[in-house]
Ligand binder design. Structure first.
Ligand code: ZN
Length: 277
């Protein structure tokens, strides 16, 4: 298979002021080839705009993913919150279908008073309902991609996501390396540490394409605290060993840059990758 390693920003590039519909012209122009459309505060894109953005991404060979609204909790103590979270994900799937977004990234939820097992049970119940709704709404093309989360209070360790993705069709994980680093108190230091992550995913899920997020991250004992720019050497995880591993193994990976410098750092990441080819 042809190697396909892509880089792009999480949301609108810095300095891009025109219409979102044409954003992929800009992304292509600055040498990037992925874009994560962000519906942070709700899915507001119209079908017409979504179709225009899709056409623009195809013209520019930019791979589009979508980040669902932040306010989602599939294992809330309140049934009403779960219901609303499912609605938001159904709306996201509908928009992702229009956009031809290959992943719908989202954060699964918070444990709150529940044990990890109880929280997972609630999440799985909600996901069953979600998939039924997507089916009955007639949405055809969608892949939900729950993200490894950065706080210990959040559902979303790699093991939990693997469990979810093994339990349902149309589910694959988004690996946020910085979140995994923050959640584990800084465990990612070397190529071997990255290798373990890829080996586990390969053994448990056998993915052909991995969707991922990357940033430098500051953390406390509760997990993630703040995202930092790529050049900040005070914070991990390290980028170079990850890129070396991807290159040496010919993995197909899309890396969405979530540093405060978005597209600017996405270009730095791509430059670094090209340097080691
Ligand atoms: Zn992320």
């Amino acid at each position: 298979m042809k190697k396909d390693v892509r880089f792009g920003p999480a949301g609108r590039p810095i300095g891009y002021k025109s219409k979102t519909e044409q954003v992929c012209d800009y992304i292509n122009e600055i040498g990037l080839n992925a874009f994560e459309y962000q519906a942070t505060y709700g899915v507001r894109i119209s079908k017409q705009s979504a179709l225009k953005l899709k056409a623009n991404s195809e013209k520019n060979n930019v791979l589009v993913s979508m980040h669902a609204p932040y306010y989602i909790n599939l294992c809330s103590q309140k049934d009403e919150t779960i219901k609303k979270s499912i609605e938001r994900l159904v709306q996201s799937a509908k928009a992702a279908d229009w956009l031809d977004a290959y992943r719908i990234v989202f954060h699964t939820g918070f444990y709150t008073k529940y044990s990890k097992d109880e929280a997972m049970k609630r999440c799985k119940g909600a996901i069953e309902e979600l998939l039924e709704k997507c089916e009955s709404t007639g949405i055809k093309n969608y892949t939900f991609a729950p993200e490894t989360t950065g706080k210990k209070s959040q559902v979303g360790s790699l093991n939990e996501l693997i469990d979810i993705c093994q339990s349902f069709d149309n589910f694959v994980p988004t690996v946020d390396f910085a979140h995994m680093h923050a959640r584990s108190g800084g465990s990612i230091k070397s190529k071997e540490d990255y290798t373990k992550i890829f080996d586990k995913i390969e053994a448990e899920l056998g993915l052909s394409v991995l969707h991922s997020h990357f940033t430098k991250i500051e953390y406390t004992d509760k997990g993630e605290r703040k995202h930092h720019v790529l050049a900040d050497e005070n914070f991990g995880p390290p980028l170079t060993p990850l890129l070396e591993l991807i290159s040496e193994n010919g993995f197909n990976v899309t890396m969405i840059c979530e540093t405060p410098l978005l597209d600017i750092d996405a270009r730095e990441m791509k430059k670094e990758y090209e340097k080691i080819q």
